[in-house]
Design a protein. Sequence first.
Length: 412
Amino acid sequence: MKVTHLYQPGPRMTEAYIYDAIRTPRGKARPDGGLHDHSPLALLALLYKALEQRTGLDPAFVEDVILGCVTQSGEQAANIAKTSTLYAGWPSQIPGMTVNRFCSSGIDAIQIAALKVIAGEGELFVAGGIEMMSRVAMLSDKPAAFLDKELAKRLGMHLMGSGADLIASLYKVTREEADKVAFDSQRKASQASEQAHFKSIIPVATDQFGTHLSHDENIRPQTSLDSLSKLAPAFETLGKSGIDQTFLKQYPDLSEISHIHTAGNSPAMADGASLLLVGSHRAGEQLGHQPRARIRAMATANANIQEVVSGCINATQKILLKENMSVADIDLFEIHEAFAATIVKCQKELQIPDDKLNVNGGCIALGHPLGATGAIMTGTLLDELERRDLKRGVVSASGAAGLGSAILIERI
């Protein structure tokens, strides 16, 4: 088979650029959700086609497709990055790689694509993520590291909600603070959706509505602090099963675990997919496209494994340290709302002003399609930087086990 490349021999470029970023709406992760009728392969096929139409891309020039996907089971098994390109009719010469770093997987997929460009392995890549949680439920791949109690205890692995309640306990996050994060997320997301800030959305035809789904359907504009305050704790029963006692033994200064997280101040489970076109400067020249942003820096970190979902904070700190920057040097932060307590801790530790953090809402309101979230957030950040004519932004996401990944992008 003939191998096709965009580049010609000559001096190497060491910069990686984002040429486009698109996504589906985020649908409710339920059988009556707006995207449920689409298989993961079919949803990705819509985005591949949209990427071709928007950019004039010839898929033969794509040298790899890298996708985040957490629950690689059933319809999402068998290396969906590869099988989705075949389903979409793209050339079989495109390799395809599926990445699982839990909820930061979409960011890690972008990082891998960028690193391939920087290393000179290729010129043009597609990166992103997919998760259809209404069809392939979280934990349906039966991960022993979470579900086998003895193994989980040996590894120190805990489910995300338990880790979030531990963060609330350690950092004295109150229920009122957590509900305020959720209320603000809903308010900002509702305003952003109404004002069409999410430019990267590709509408999806859906049998559920007999039309096109063009908005994130998890947003609840009617949410109030009063309605949030009436919701019951979501992880108290799980805590009483023995996890609370484990935490209290590890942290003797704690007298109890605060179960402040509810369905209202936790990230909403969702369906969704996202794709970014990542390439070298030379790739853009030969394709006739100007880059929208360059990927200036990348970081991966691991926070306290017991806290589970605070890795986004460590990854953000690491990327600022690497670039010798402060929060003041960054125009916008798009940080994964991996439960409300994570955001409260983030603001306390990093001192990010409200007007720079998740200005269009976050996963609590918009939804969290695990493997796709990081890539969706990257597109959201780029859209907003362009809308406000700003320059730099950081996108950061937490994964289970304290993992976290971040990217610093800079508009050209």
